[in-house]
Design a protein around this ligand. Structure first.
Ligand code: IMP
Ligand code: MG
Length: 213
């Protein structure tokens, strides 16, 4: 009897583990409208700014055929795709994925590890890192450190969002879409426990209503 109970407890703990990580066994995500406190940046404003950034980058990199956009998976994908469509100059793209050792938490602490590396050699290329958001700055600082050792011709940062008041690491930001207040946001690449990256706007999460179970 006792053995069976302890076995059941172990199964229950496993199920909880999957539910916390949002993977596997039937996690039910709330409808985003139930957890949306407000729309911080609407679709039209977002698209206008992405177009402006595209024009600015096209002008700055004119005559630099070795421009390489590097997207950090997964949050930067929608921004990279839209930005790229506004570039009027030739450019390449590559992707990398990093994880912080405290994966699953909402705060990164600078312990970043590459889990999927670039396919291209960046030596001699003009690298522009395209990010969804710079928060504490640890992720981007760490990635810049790594890429800097690979001898690119130049290395710059373009971020859609800058949560400037949360900054802990010093990071140069050359292109910035919007500076936003210290609130947890989702949509347009940014996830809420891996969901809602597809939304065309940036929304603020109502943390009272959102159960991160
Ligand atoms: P860092 O604190 O600058 O290292 O940011 C690490 C990562 O945390 C970002 O690349 C995002 O993936 C994530 N992040 C930071 N703030 C938010 C947010 O408000 N919503 C969703 N993801 C966020
Ligand atoms: Mg990111």
């Amino acid at each position: 009897m006792w053995v069976r109970l302890s076995c059941m407890r172990r199964v229950a703990a496993l199920i909880m583990k999957f539910r916390v990580s949002g993977e596997g066994l039937g996690r039910t995500m709330q409808d985003y409208r139930e957890v949306l406190a407000e729309i911080l940046i609407d679709e039209a404003t977002l698209q206008r700014r992405v177009a402006e950034l595209g024009a600015e980058i096209s002008a700055d990199y004119q005559g630099h055929p070795d421009l390489l956009l590097i997207c950090i998976l997964r949050g930067g994908v929608p921004f990279l795709v839209d930005l790229s469509r506004h570039l009027t100059i030739p450019h390449m793209m590559d992707f990398m994925a990093v994880t912080s050792y405290g994966a699953g938490r909402r705060d990164s602490d600078g312990n970043v590890r590459v889990v999927f590396d670039l396919q291209m050699n960046i030596m001699g290329k003009d690298v522009l890192l395209v990010e969804d958001i710079v928060d504490s700055g640890h992720t981007i600082a760490s990635v810049l450190g790594m890429l800097g050792t690979r001898q690119p011709a130049s290395l710059k940062v373009c971020t859609l969002l800058d949560k400037a008041e949360r900054r802990e690491a010093v990071v140069p930001i050359h292109y910035r879409g919007f500076t936003i207040p210290n609130r947890f946001v989702f949509g347009y690449g940014l996830d809420l426990d891996e969901y809602y990256r597809n939304l065309p706007f940036i929304g603020v999460v109502d943390l009272q209503k959102y159960r991160s179970e």
